[in-house]
Design a protein around this ligand. Sequence first.
Ligand code: NI
Length: 160
Amino acid sequence: MAIRKIREMGDEVLNKVCKEVKFMTPRTEQLIDDMFDTMYESGGVGLAAPQVGVLKRICVIDCTGEDPILLINPEIVEASGEQTGQEGCLSVPGKAAQVTRPNYVKVRAQNIDMEWFEIEGEELLARAFCHELEHLDGHLYVEKAEGPLQDVTYDDDEEE
Ligand code: NI
């Protein structure tokens, strides 16, 4: 288990466009393992590679309590509906804001074996897909925040 340092807003690595993953390597597998470890350790529900300083198109998500999701080279292929809700980011600690997103999103991505698959999400999962994919193009949710960022307090004993 290896926890990587999470880069915070203001770090220019978060504003860069990530590169396509062309093939799987032991080094990239290690990165993915570390991303899951870092996300769980931080109590987050999603993490993108640039948040640990690596400019590769990889995200991990676990916001439903079901199987953890790995997305390599993901792209949104369908989106519909609308939801407005509170959003936060491990790279913007202690803050949250309202963001409007599609309520349904379908993503096409590659798995750990570099095989393409499609995955659908609604509500929180649709929001997570949009949020994490935007990290890969150098964008943070704060650009879409409706109103000022609000302070949030986390219970340190509770890690989800
Ligand atoms: Ni984020």
